[in-house]
Design a protein. Structure first.
Length: 142
């Protein structure tokens, strides 16, 4: 059953990534995807040649870990209707199978003002490195 309450609209560039991270941590894919433009590109990499995919495909891999996604915005460069955010993300805890997950990394997000005044993510790239990994197939810890 879909939510009857519409997802929040970001009123500031930072709010778009914060709302997406909160929704992802809460397991609410619809609310997380609502923060991305329909043609947005998201790449979450953990190896040199990790392919990107739709935001839903990429976020689903992280959501399967069932762990909170902590976000820290390190810098904002805003020009007109766009903003570049430099971020750090952390995913830490025991995964669904009890394996310790401790992933951290930096990223860059481009956020664009929408016609209604809200902000949505146009492009997003994050690196997650450490113990465990966001992957569809299990792998021994490093």
């Amino acid at each position: 059953m879909r939510d009857v309450i519409p997802p929040a609209v970001a009123r500031h560039p930072v709010e778009a990534v914060a709302l997406a991270s909160t929704a992802l941590s809460d397991g609410d894919m619809d609310a997380a995807i609502a923060q991305y433009e329909p043609t947005a590109r998201l790449v979450i990499w953990h190896e040199p040649a990790c392919p990107g995919g739709s935001p839903a495909d990429q976020l689903a891999v992280v959501m399967k870990l069932r762990l909170p996604v902590r976000l820290r915005v390190r810098a904002i460069v805003r020009t007109g209707e766009m903003a570049l955010l430099l971020t750090e993300r952390q995913v830490t805890g025991a995964g669904p199978d009890g394996e310790l997950i401790d992933l951290t990394g930096c990223g860059a997000t481009v956020v664009r003002r929408q016609s209604g005044g809200g902000w949505r993510i146009a492009a997003d790239a994050w690196e997650l490195a450490g113990q465990g990994r966001p992957s569809a197939s299990p792998r021994a810890p490093r």
